[in-house]
Design a protein. Structure first.
Length: 171
């Protein structure tokens, strides 16, 4: 028994403490603490103000691109889609719900997609930027008329509403 205690000396204790400190530093480096609301109140106040402004805008039927992307059925139970910058509520249509053929289009401005009869995300939010043929324009007008007749318009999509650079990365 004495042999075990003899090898257990201050050096091993120092190694153990050093290992714990190193592990703690590595953990702290890869898991930085998030600032608390009390640490930077002006930042949190500004974030809350932005959220409040977005809610008010959406209640008035005013959407920017980032606002619309939230109504995709994943982040919000409501399903919105924009055609010719008019935002329609398609929540009650099984075609736009999860598993439906048009579900990937939800939460986007898809005028060009319907005009060209494609589901390619490359054309999301491209209304007014992509030149359409006469046939594609007719297709878009027919689709727009069908949406106006069958779905409730809940707002208008405005391209130039303020958006942070961080918001732009997510559309």
């Amino acid at each position: 028994m004495e042999h075990i205690f003899e090898s257990f000396n201050a050096t091993w204790i120092a190694y153990a403490i050093a290992a714990v400190v190193i592990i703690w530093q590595v953990y702290d480096f890869f898991n930085p603490k998030k600032p608390t609301p009390n640490a930077q109140p002006e930042i949190y106040q500004r974030l809350e103000e932005i959220k409040r402004q977005r809610r008010e805008r959406n209640e008035k039927g005013v959407f920017n691109y980032k606002d619309l992307t939230k109504y995709n059925g994943f982040n919000n139970p409501q399903l919105y889609i924009a055609i010719k910058n008019d935002v329609f509520d398609v929540s009650n249509s099984t075609d736009f719900q999860e598993g439906g053929p048009y579900q990937p289009l939800v939460g986007n401005e898809v005028s060009v997609n319907f005009a060209k009869c494609v589901g390619d995300p490359e054309y999301f939010f491209k209304y007014g930027e992509v030149e359409l043929t006469e046939e594609e324009t007719k297709q878009l007008e027919a689709t727009y008329a069908a949406f106006k007749a069958n779905y409730k318009k809940v707002g208008t999509l405005y391209k130039n509403l303020p958006m942070s650079d961080n918001d732009k990365k997510h559309i």
